[in-house]
Design a protein around this ligand. Structure first.
Ligand code: CMX
Length: 135
């Protein structure tokens, strides 16, 4: 795996949190995107070479809605950049990790993504991310 690609933060109100993170980071949100397949609205920030993704649920049964109900707002996942997501998925499977999707899915910000179950990774949801333009 390569560097941390982004940190995902679950929020209740995307517009209010966007305004808050703009004030916090002194940076403007560079992209807002709805990812229908994940039932989320996202907003992205870049600061000092780091990337933050804010995530708000668009449906009651979604992963983010369940997370907010159970744990409240906060860090939802850490995403790592990978060069070859299929190879990395095979490697992790061989290492005994439980992947949450069999095939890479299309995620926000032009990425192919795959998640590792947080029960296998000390309670932290890990995301693999490959830039689609690197395929
Ligand atoms: N980080 C850490 N733990 C988490 C978690 C998270 N993000 N989400 C759920 N959990 C915990 C739950 O609290 C629960 O813990 P306990 O058993 O101790 O109570 C455990 O994981 C299993 O939870 P569950 O209720 O059995 O399962 P869920 O239906 O809540 O599903 C998960 C959990 C991780 C499998 C599911 O959320 C998932 O498949 N996530 C991947 C997809 C995703 O998160 N999409 C949204 C983001 C999309 C994007 O980045 O664009």
């Amino acid at each position: 795996m390569n560097k941390i690609e982004h940190i995902g933060i679950a929020v209740k109100n995307l517009d209010a949190s966007c305004e808050l993170y703009e004030r916090l980071l002194g940076a403007v949100c560079y992209k807002k995107e709805n990812v229908e397949s994940e039932a989320v609205n996202t907003a992205f920030f870049k600061t000092g070479g780091n990337k933050i993704e804010l995530l708000a649920a668009t449906s009651a049964g979604s992963a983010i809605a369940k997370f907010l109900d159970k744990k409240g707002e906060g860090i939802h996942h850490i995403a790592f950049d990978v060069d070859d997501i299929l190879a990395e998925m095979e490697r992790l499977k061989a290492e005994g990790f439980n992947l949450l999707n069999e095939q890479p899915k299309k995620g926000a910000d032009n990425k192919l993504i795959c998640f590792v179950h947080p029960k296998d990774t000390n309670g932290v949801l890990i995301e693999l991310c490959q830039d689609i333009k690197n395929i």
